[in-house]
Write a protein that binds this ligand. Structure first.
Ligand SMILES: [Zn+2]
Length: 274
């Protein structure tokens, strides 16, 4: 018995040694690999965010700004330990035709004013933002950049040779690309597995922040409605392929989310439905 335990321990140590750049995804506990430096990704993300600020006018709508700050403030508190180095910044961009939002490493979040056509209350806005922030907490962009580099660099990256080093090949353009923000409307989102993972993590964050997790399903339904009969679906939907599969997953996770909602330290105040 003892020998077996020792063997298991040795195997554990070995796999730990082999897995440079491994990390555990918050909430789901999945183990993932990042071969790029977190610092570098955050630095490039901040730069990419500054470029977005030049590309799109910042909204002066007081109501939208207040809503986004209020919701962002609560969500950023909930994810504090999962995204410890973030300097959170929530910006509303005046682009009424864009039904979209995004979050970047370093804590940079953008909301396009078109999203307000869809979200009816703070819970629904929080649901979209929690999903986007979940991509950051799960370091999906790091994962995608790592995959791209592994493909380009062939065997060079085995063992995480480049992890933590200068990794000069990460550019702002590559980072924007990885976020699916290069071309805006025709952007490509993450793969289905990452989207479902962001749904899962986002739902729990939403609940922990004291927002009703059931509103997450309503947002998906409203996005569906918005896209019916339109030649161009809302950007958020085109980068987030809608599927009953996503709603089913949310329903599966709902009991757990409702439990977190009940336990949430945030005061649950009724929100105004407009
Ligand atoms: Zn997503």
């Amino acid at each position: 018995m003892k020998a077996v335990t020792r063997l298991a321990a040795a195997a554990g140590t070995l796999s730990l040694m082999l897995c440079t750049g491994c990390y555990e995804v918050p909430v789901t506990g999945r183990s993932a690999v990042s071969l790029v430096s977190d610092k570098e990704v955050a630095k490039q993300s901040v730069e990419a965010f500054n470029e977005m600020k030049k590309r799109y006018p910042v909204s002066r709508n007081r109501e939208y700004n207040e809503r986004v700050q209020r919701v962002g403030d609560r969500l950023s508190k909930v994810v504090f330990w999962d995204v410890p180095d973030a300097e959170w910044e929530f910006i509303v961009f005046e682009v009424p035709q864009q039904i979209n939002a995004f979050a970047m490493a370093g804590g940079k979040v953008g909301v396009f004013t078109g999203l307000f056509k869809i979200v009816q209350n703070d819970d629904q806005l929080a649901s979209v933002l929690a999903h986007e922030i979940a991509h950051v907490a799960a370091r999906h962009v790091n994962e995608r950049l790592s995959q791209d580099m592994a493909v380009q660099g062939g065997g060079l990256l085995v063992g995480g040779v480049m992890a933590g080093s200068g990794t000069g090949s990460i550019t702002t353009g590559a980072v924007l690309d990885a976020y699916g923000l290069t071309s805006g409307i025709t952007a490509v989102g993450f793969d289905r597995k990452k989207e479902k993972e962001a749904d899962h993590i986002g739902l729990i964050y939403l609940a922990r922040a004291g927002y009703n997790p059931e509103e997450a399903i309503k947002v998906l339904e409203r996005l569906e409605e918005e896209s019916t009969g339109k030649p161009m679906p809302p950007a958020w939907l085109s980068t987030h392929p809608s599927s009953p599969e996503r709603i089913l997953q949310l329903m599966d996770l709902m009991p757990k989310a409702l439990e977190a909602y009940q336990r949430s330290g945030f005061k649950q105040t009724p929100t105004l439905v407009k």
